[in-house]
Write a protein that binds this ligand. Structure first.
Ligand code: FES
Length: 408
């Protein structure tokens, strides 16, 4: 045997002659083929379009008021060409197209309902639950303006903050803060209806017992789950019997974590992630065993230890090049390039707003920007050749940017 460990005798036995006939057969088939164009629409493309539509035209079918939040049921708008909602993985989000005082904005919201609710051509729907959260420009706009019958355009389902049995442990501990309950609500609903098969223990942090979003609804799901979904309420500002008091600490995770291997999923404000990541480390969990939902505006870049503090309060010019047409707008040092473009009325591509989806992928032609390391979701090639994500890029000088909006 050679050093490559193959038997040369086998290769010697192969000759090209049997293949020569193939060329003849192929030429004959080409000659005999009709002079019409081949099929241009394939079943795989039709399915891909159903699962990943660029836009879903919807109407608001129902609104439920929860006090400081509202739930909106969205149904397809066949008159505009959407006849069914795209199926999704429990805890994915859609990016909602808004126009706020003339500024075109895309904002991600988790689909709170069960994936099965999207199936079928009748009663196909998504539910989004929106709470006023900082920065409140989008949530305040939605809470004040959206009403039954209104038209809403949303993207297809996005994001990878879902349960994946090849990657995640069969038992999941969810750490939810406030409206961060919505992805876990969808997971719980999917476990109850049989779409998902794992066990979920939700440690649900709220300030007080009278302000727990979707409390009765999530408890009803746990009740129906046959023990596969458990909910533990944790109050930071109130001590009350039947509730845990304090924060989502390592001790609390350990108290309620199942026996054996488990994954931790987190959804809530950025401060909660920093705290809870430290708690996961205290428990000795390997990095692959805890995950965070990142979609939503990247906030507080100027507070990062590596942010050049002398930039605070400065303002620069941002030249935006769209297919050769240039517009110059102002951009504050502490706001992302995406925010600056939206404020100036430029419809820039975006979905997650947090550096991870790559939808806003644009070319930095001139200038310097600050990109927080924790939100830098670019590939190595992008970094090398000057591509950035404007949703998490903050100007450090005058900047020129080429953006590539899609036709819709
Ligand atoms: S909008 Fe997702 S990376 Fe910028």
């Amino acid at each position: 045997m050679s050093k490559y460990q193959y038997d040369k005798k086998v290769l010697k036995g192969l000759t090209p002659f049997p293949f020569l006939g193939e060329v003849k057969a192929r030429n004959a088939a080409i000659e005999a083929a009709p002079a019409t164009l081949p099929r241009s629409v394939y079943n795989a493309n039709i399915l891909a379009k159903r699962l990943h539509p660029a836009v879903q035209h919807c109407r608001i079918a129902a609104v439920v008021d929860h006090g400081d939040a509202k739930s909106f049921t969205l149904v397809p708008d066949p008159e505009k060409g959407t006849t069914e909602m795209a199926f999704f993985r429990a805890s994915q989000y859609v990016s909602v197209a808004l126009n706020i005082d003339g500024a075109p904005v895309c904002k991600p919201y988790t689909i709170r309902s069960a994936p099965k609710d999207a199936l079928g051509s009748e009663n196909t729907s998504y539910t989004l639950t929106v709470k006023r959260t900082e920065p409140a420009y989008a949530s305040a706009h939605i809470l004040a303006n959206w009403k039954e019958g209104d038209a809403v355009d949303i993207s297809g389902p996005l994001g990878d903050f879902y349960y994946q049995d090849l990657r995640d442990a069969k038992q999941v501990v969810a750490l939810a803060g406030g409206s961060g309950i919505t992805p876990f609500y969808s997971m719980a609903a999917a476990i109850v209806d049989g779409t998902e098969d794992f066990e979920l223990t939700i440690l649900y942090g709220s300030r007080r017992s009278d302000g727990i979003l979707l409390k009765e609804e999530i408890e009803a799901l746990a009740e129906k789950s046959g023990g596969r979904v458990k909910v533990v309420h944790v109050l930071s500002d109130e001590e009350k019997e039947g509730y845990e008091h304090g924060f989502l600490t390592a001790e609390l995770i350990q108290k309620y974590a199942p026996e054996g291997d488990y994954s931790v999923f987190m959804c809530g404000p950025k401060a909660m992630y920093r705290f809870c990541e430290g708690e996961c480390k205290k428990l000795g969990l390997p990095k692959r065993r805890y995950r965070m939902e990142m979609s939503g505006d990247y906030m507080g870049a100027v507070n990062n230890p590596d942010y050049p503090k002398e930039q605070i309060g400065k303002s620069y010019s941002l030249t935006v090049d769209i297919r050769g047409e240039k517009t110059v707008i102002p951009c504050k040092a502490d706001e992302s390039l995406l925010w600056a473009m939206e404020r100036a009325g430029i419809k820039a591509p975006a979905h997650c707003r947090s550096g991870e989806c790559g939808w806003c992928h644009s070319r930095l032609v001139k200038g310097q920007v600050y990109i927080p390391a924790e939100a830098d979701g670019r590939r190595l090639g992008d970094k090398k050749f000057g591509w950035i994500h404007p949703c998490v890029s903050f100007p450090l000088s005058d900047v020129e940017l080429s953006i590539f909006p899609t036709a819709d």
